[in-house]
Structure formats: structure tokens, C-alpha cells
Design a protein around this ligand. Sequence first.
Ligand code: 5GP
Ligand code: MN
Length: 332
Amino acid sequence: MKQIQDVFPLLQSPKKIFITTHHKPDGDAIGSMLGLYHYLTLRGHEVTPVSPSEVPDFLMWMPGIEAVYNYEAETKKSQEALKASDIIFCLDFNDFNRVKLMEPFLTEATQPKVLIDHHMFPKPVWDYGMSIPEKSSTCEMVYDFINLHNGNSFIDLNTAACLYTGVMTDTGSFRFPVTTASVHEMIADLKRRGLEHSKIHEEVYDSWSVNRMRFVGYMLIERMEIFPKWNTGLVTISRKDLQLFQLSTGDTEGLVNYPLSIAGIKFATLITERNDEVKLSFRSKGDFDVNKFAREHFSGGGHFNASGGRSTTTFSDTIAKFKEILSDIHPR
Ligand code: 5GP
Ligand code: MN
């Protein structure tokens, strides 16, 4: 992969640019995609942002969200934009399989492909890019990209709001160890431009449905198991649970973190039975490597302290398999 600066000459004249991110997008995925969308649009390019699946409700306030195509619902328009584009930017993922249904079309595309991402061990399928696992978020990296491109004066309030969102969500509101001095410097810069950060916290964190809030109570009582011997907490949510509480995309976001608030718990797992697969989310504190855990046992990956994976067996078999592995591999 060539370095990101090598793509700058391609951006000297107006281009058609396709931007995408991972399926089931989170704040960093949509934030980085729209932050880059606003920046490149201001620089005179024609930009199409495409999400591989539906954008969750808690991100629907974001400036520019109306420009985003949902690949699953707007497949034809998305494919046409991909075909017509001169350059493809991929944000916040490191393997083509993370765009789900779009994977074959992205793989076949012959345009230059650019990666901006902070997950470990990217697949060698991009022409240009930056992959820096030490970075807090892809939004921080888009901010770095803009500065490298000498575009700091093009950061408007829309870009600032989008980039802030992803840094905020991926750092757990600036508490995880990845929150470096550079992160705070970036936020200081955005604040000086007029960023209203508290509005963004409210939009993202204080927009729950009553059902979602009640579901947390139910989950904590009925669906959370704590294994003190293994310093681990496990939350399991079935398709029935999701239907019973009428939960929508994004409503299970953050649930994996609850066990980590219990003293002594250093590893938390959420197993969710979705329509098409059984999804696992892993979070840890300290030196327990959940990226390795996800890669080795659940066809996944991510970061050292936050990763995800999937299972092709049933929900109950997945839970049993997880517990079996856990008895062997767990934080000490
Ligand atoms: P989450 O549990 O929120 O779905 O994912 C946690 C982190 O791991 C995110 O940064 C996400 O992008 C990454 N991740 C989740 N699932 C996978 C996967 O299947 N493969 C890889 N490489 N990363 C994943
Ligand atoms: Mn991210």
C-alpha cells in the first residue's frame, strides 16, 4: 500500500469520489465518512457516501446524512455511483468482507482504492492509505488527512460535528487509553471553530426510546452472567428478546460495556442472535487481547481492547462454545 500523500495528485482536479464504511455502521464509521464527504465536497469534488447497511437512529441528526445511500435499500443507485467513481475511499474497516453484500462489487472495482483505518492487520487490498492501530478513531485520522492535505481552513462546522462524533464514541467519551494529547488538541481546534459538543452528546446518548431503556433493566437482571473466577461478564440477547422490546439497529450499542463497570471484571462479551448470523462483541480492560480472541475463535478482529466476530452455529451452541473457550482463555 502506498502512503496516503501519493493520492493527493489525484485530488488536484475535481473527481467523482465514492466513500464507504463498514456494515452496521457506528458513530466513527458514519462520522468519518461524512466528515470526509464535507471536506472533499468543499474542495470541489462530487462525493457519494454509501453505507453498506441502515444508519442507526442515533446518528440520523448528522449533517449530510440525507446524502448517504443505504446499499441494502438503494443497491442500484449505490452500484451506479461506485461504477461512475474515479476514486474509492474506505473508512473504518480493514477487510472487504466488512461491507457485506457490497463485497464482490468493491473487490471487482478497478479504481484506486484508499484506506483510512485504525483496525489491526489490514488486508493487503488497498492501493493507498493509512492504517494506524494506535489512533483513537478513524475520525481522528480523517482530521490528520485533512491537515496533511493542507486543508485545515476547509474544516467547517459540519465537518467538525461529524469528526467529533466518531472520536467521542470510539474513545468512550474520551476515557479509553487511546485518548492521547493529540486527540484533545484536535478537539480544542474544533472547539475554537465553534463546535457545540454538548449538543452532540445529547443527540447520541440521550435519544433512547422507552423500550430501549427498559430493555437494559431486563438485560441486567435476566441476560447477564458474571464469572468472577474468570474476571468475565457475558450478556446474551436472543432474537426473541429483540422482538419483544421492538429494538432497532443501534439499540444494542454499548450494552457490552456494562459488565466492565463491575469491580474485577476485565473481559466482557455480548452475544446477539441476529436474523442472518450470531454476532459477538468483545471488550476488555488492561492487557487482555480481545483482537486475538476474536480472530482465533470467532472469525473476527478489531482492536486490542475492542473487537467483534461472528459464529455460523446456533445461538445456544455459540454460547456453549464461548464458555468452553473461556474456561481456558480469560484474563488472570
Ligand atoms: P463491535 O463489537 O462494536 O461490533 O466492534 C468492535 C470493534 O471491532 C469495532 O472497531 C469493529 O469495527 C471491530 N469489528 C467488529 N466485528 C469485526 C469483524 O468481524 N472483523 C474485524 N476485523 N473487526 C471487527
Ligand atoms: Mn473506529
